[in-house]
Design a protein around this ligand. Structure first.
Ligand code: GLY
Ligand code: MN
Ligand code: MN
Length: 436
C-alpha cells in the first residue's frame, strides 16, 4: 500500500511544479454501468488515486498551494444513513481528513457553493478537460459561479492540461511503487504458470482464462485488463477477448494478461503449444521472437533511447525471418522495405504502471526519450503471419507469437520482473509436462 506520507509527497511535488498561483483539480472516476442498474466493478481514476488514494467515486480533489486553511481539499460523498442503505460504507468528509491526510474535506453536494470561491485569484487551473463530459460541464459551471461571486469574481486566466505535469511524475516509480509492481508481476507469473499447466487439447480458452483469474482473485488482486486467451489464428487478432473457442491439438495459444494490485499493473504474454510440445515450425518461428526479445532486453539501460529496444527487436526479427526463408532477400533489405511491419505491427515497449499502457511522454523535444532509472516498461516483440499471406510459405501462415515481460530500468541496466514464468522452449515444455 502507498502510505499517507507518499501521497503527501506527490501532492507537494505537483504543487511545486504547478506554482503558487495555480490550482489543481482532479476528479474521481465516475461509476460506470454495465447494464441497467448493474455497475462495472469500480476502478479509481489513476491520477486521482496517485494523489490521494481515496477510493470512492463522486469526489474531487483540489490542490490550492498557499491556501491558509489548508492546501489539500477533498469533496466527497456524505456519510449519511441514506448512503449506508444504498451501498458499502461511505468514508465521508470527517474520516477522509483522518485517513487520507487531506487538510479539509466537504460534502461533494456542496462543491458548487464552496469551490468557486477557492479558485478566486488563482492565475491558472490545471485539470483534465475533454475527458469526462460531466467534469467539463461542472468546471464551466464553477467559472460561471465565480463570475457572479459578490462584486464579480475574476476567473483564472489560463487552463492548462494537468497531464503534462502529473504524468512525468508518474513515469518514475518510487520504491513502494516498485514493490507493488513486483508483487503484481510475481502474482501474474504464478497465474500464468497455473494456466499453462491446465492447457491441453479440447479445453476452451475460457477455461484457461478462469484458471488464470482464479489464481489472481483468490489472492485478492484483480485483472488489470480482460485476459486475452487466443488459440491458433485468433492470436493474430490484437484485441481478442472473446476467449470462447476450443483449443486444438497442434496449435499454439497466446495468453496475455496482467494482475493489478492497489492500482498497479503487470502485463505478461506467453505463447505456447496447446499439447505441450512445439512442432518444428512453431519452434523455429518461436526462436526468432525469443531472439528478438533477448536483443530488445539488451538495449534497456539508462541513457539508451526508449526506441532502441524496438530497433534491436526489428533487426533480430528481420534476420531470423530471412534465415528461415519466411521473407525473401536480406535482413537489410527487409528492414529498409517495411515488409516486417506487416508481420509485427506494434511497438516493442510501452510504459507500465497504474495504467497498463501507462502515462508519460515517449518523445522529448521530438526525440525518442532516453531511459532513466525507475522507469518501467514492457518488452513484447511478436510475429503475426496472416493466414492469407499468399507470398509466404503456407507452413508459416496463421501463427501469432508474442513474448511479453515487464522490465524496470535500474542504475546499471535493467531488472526483469517476470522471469518466474518460463519463456525458453525447454522451460515451457517442462512446465507443461508437469516437471517445471
Ligand atoms: N495487454 C496489452 C498489451 O500487451 O499491450
Ligand atoms: Mn503490453
Ligand atoms: Mn500484454
Amino acid at each position: 500500500m502507498i502510505g499517507a506520507a507518499e501521497f503527501a509527497r506527490r501532492r507537494r511535488q505537483l504543487m511545486r511544479m504547478a506554482g503558487a498561483d495555480a490550482a489543481v483539480l482532479v476528479a474521481a472516476a465516475p461509476e460506470r454501468m454495465r447494464s441497467a442498474d448493474a455497475a462495472w466493478p469500480y476502478r479509481q481514476d489513476s491520477d486521482f488515486h496517485y494523489l490521494c488514494g481515496f477510493p470512492e467515486p463522486e469526489a474531487v480533489l483540489a490542490l490550492l498551494p498557499g491556501r491558509g486553511h489548508g492546501e489539500v481539499v477533498l469533496f466527497c460523498r456524505e456519510n449519511d444513513a441514506e448512503a449506508h442503505a444504498l451501498r458499502a460504507p461511505v468514508i465521508g468528509a470527517e474520516a477522509a481528513i483522518e485517513r487520507f491526510g487531506v487538510d479539509d474535506a466537504f460534502p461533494v453536494a456542496d462543491i458548487d457553493d464552496i469551490l468557486p470561491g477557492m479558485l478566486e485569484g488563482r492565475e491558472r487551473v490545471f485539470c483534465h478537460f475533454g475527458r469526462e463530459p460531466g467534469f467539463d460541464a461542472q468546471l464551466m459551471g464553477w467559472m460561471r459561479r465565480l463570475r457572479t461571486l459578490r462584486g464579480g469574481g475574476i476567473v483564472p486566466k489560463e487552463f492548462q492540461d494537468l497531464g503534462h505535469l502529473l504524468h512525468d511524475l508518474r513515469l518514475f516509480k518510487s520504491r513502494t511503487e516498485l514493490r507493488l509492481m513486483r508483487r503484481a508481476a510475481a502474482l501474474t507469473a504464478e497465474a500464468h504458470r497455473d494456466a499453462m499447466r491446465l492447457t491441453r487439447p479440447g479445453r476452451h480458452e475460457f477455461e484457461i482464462e478462469a484458471e488464470w483469474l482464479h489464481a489472481v482473485r483468490r489472492r485478492g488482486a484483480v485483472a488489470a485488463f480482460t485476459p486475452n486467451v487466443a488459440g491458433g489464428e485468433r492470436a493474430l487478432i490484437v484485441h481478442y477477448h472473446a476467449n470462447n473457442a476450443r483449443l486444438a491439438d497442434g496449435e499454439m495459444v497466446m495468453l496475455d494478461a496482467g494482475a493489478e494490485i492497489d492500482c498497479y499493473a503487470a502485463d505478461i504474454t506467453r505463447t505456447y503449444p496447446v499439447n505441450g510440445r512445439f512442432s518444428p515450425t512453431q519452434r523455429a518461428l518461436y526462436e526468432v521472437v525469443l531472439q528478438a526479445h533477448t536483443a530488445a532486453l539488451q538495449a534497456i539501460a539508462p541513457g539508451r533511447a526508449y526506441l532502441d529496444a524496438h530497433e534491436a527487436a526489428l533487426d533480430a526479427l528481420a534476420e531470423g525471418l530471412c534465415r528461415l526463408g519466411v521473407l525473401p532477400g536480406s535482413a537489410k533489405k527487409v528492414r529498409a522495405s517495411g515488409a516486417l511491419e506487416r508481420l509485427f505491427p506494434h511497438k516493442t515497449s510501452h510504459w507500465l504502471g497504474m495504467d497498463v499502457h501507462d502515462v508519460g511522454d515517449y518523445r522529448v523535444a521530438d526525440e525518442p526519450r532516453l531511459l532513466e532509472p525507475n522507469m518501467v516498461l514492457t518488452v513484447e516483440p511478436g510475429l503475426y503471419i496472416p493466414a492469407d499471406a499468399t507470398d509466404i510459405d503456407p507452413k508459416w501462415r496463421g501463427m501469432g507469437i508474442r513474448i511479453e515481460d515487464d522490465v524496470v530500468v535500474t542504475r546499471d541496466g535493467h531488472e526483469v520482473l517476470t522471469d518466474a514464468v518460463p519463456r525458453d522452449i525447454p522451460g515451457i515444455e517442462a512446465l507443461m509436462a508437469g516437471s517445471g
